[in-house]
Design a protein around this ligand. Structure first.
Ligand SMILES: Nc1ncnc2c1ncn2[C@@H]1O[C@H](COP(=O)(O)OP(=O)(O)OP(=O)(O)O)[C@@H](O)[C@H]1O
Length: 328
């Protein structure tokens, strides 16, 4: 008896399935002494997805990240990274990690730190590509300088280059912008968006909610070691709105407004709830609805348009609501 045809059939079936998620964790639990830091946390990060981990100080974010990466042993729960069990050291081969706190050997230059990490990872990354990574994080003109003389922000940029240098399929960034100036934060935002375009998954732990709102596809909110909320920004923040101040609205114009979405009115102020909106907050309402077309139609119907303003609640407002226990 040969196993050939069965094996081939099984391979065929597997090949037809979607790739395993970049991160899959279930029932993660961790106690430190009598304190429960993480209490039954489960979530996934899809391939090429940017997931934001949010929550107040001490919520368990860094503990979860360390359990995912095998740096802290969970008391319970399971982890799979890129389709391999977390216990398997090969699971971490294609994972880049920027820790919250780290220090590189101060006597090494930035290029040497990168070369060292390439060697540790076992990946074959040519020198030119390593230099590119330093350029990407804004250190192109400091490659030959010793890390001991780097500012905190420059060290964090180098940490990001280290996380990215071995061509990871999953990048875990624990507070990547805590030491960065606004320009540096914008750079990291661009780096994360670039990774998503390349199909690299990113798990981002950040207290800068605006940053999370701009780059993340989905968000997991931790509170006292548990998942307090999870979902896409569209799901967490609700539908986007278009607020208009209009005069001279006749029946035809009102019908045109109602065709764009659910309509409410208070005097001259009209609010249209835009339908079918699941994008990141980077997109504005104008991206998902034909706002110029709507305005042109209204003007054509004799309406005077005084103001048009896209809006919805911010992630910060929603996060505070979740942590206070408000219903969505
Ligand atoms: N090594 C440790 N020993 C004892 N307690 C710990 C340890 N690491 C974390 N804790 C505790 O676990 C809880 C969660 O900590 P963790 O660092 O995971 O939170 P966090 O959400 O990352 O917080 P922050 O936003 O302040 O970085 C806290 O109560 C913390 O005191």
């Amino acid at each position: 008896m040969t196993a050939g045809p069965d094996l081939a059939a099984a391979r065929g079936l597997l090949a037809g399935l979607p790739p395993s998620p970049a991160v899959w964790c279930s029932g993660l639990r961790k106690r430190y002494g009598r304190r429960t830091a993480v209490d039954g946390v489960s979530f996934t990060v899809g391939r090429g997805e940017v997931l934001g981990l949010l929550g107040p100080n001490g919520a368990g974010k860094t503990s979860v990240i360390k359990m995912l990466l095998g740096l802290v042993r969970p008391d319970a729960g399971e982890v799979h990274l890129l389709g391999r069990p977390g216990r398997d050291p090969r699971a971490r081969e294609r994972v880049g990690y920027l820790p919250e706190l780290f220090r590189y050997q101060p006597w090494l230059t930035a290029a040497e730190v990168l070369a060292l990490h390439v060697r540790l990872s076992g990946a074959a990354v040519p020198d030119a590509e390593q230099r590119d990574r330093l350029g990407l994080v804004g250190l192109a003109d400091r490659t030959g300088d010793r890390v001991g003389g780097f500012s905190k922000g420059m060290q964090q940029r180098l940490g990001l280059a280290v996380a990215l240098v071995a061509r990871p399929e999953l990048v875990v960034l624990d507070e990547p912008t805590s030491a960065l100036d606004p320009l540096g934060r914008a750079d990291v935002r661009d780096v994360v968006l670039g990774l998503r375009e390349e199909g690299v998954a990113v798990l981002l732990n950040s207290h800068l909610i605006g940053e999370v709102e701009r780059v993340c596809d989905r968000v997991v909110v931790l509170d006292r070691g548990r998942v307090a909320a999870a979902g896409t920004l569209g799901e967490l923040l609700g539908r986007r709105e278009l607020r208009l101040r209009l005069t001279g609205v006749g029946a035809d114009a009102e019908a045109r407004l109602a065709a764009a979405g659910r309509l409410t009115r208070s005097g001259e102020s009209w609010t249209v709830e835009l339908a079918g909106d699941e994008g990141t907050a980077e997109d504005t309402a104008e991206d998902t609805a034909d706002v110029p077309g709507l305005v042109a139609d209204l003007v054509g119907l004799g309406v005077r348009v005084h103001a048009v303003e896209p809006g919805r609640i911010t992630l910060e407002e929603r996060l505070l609501g979740i942590l206070r226990g408000d219903r969505p």
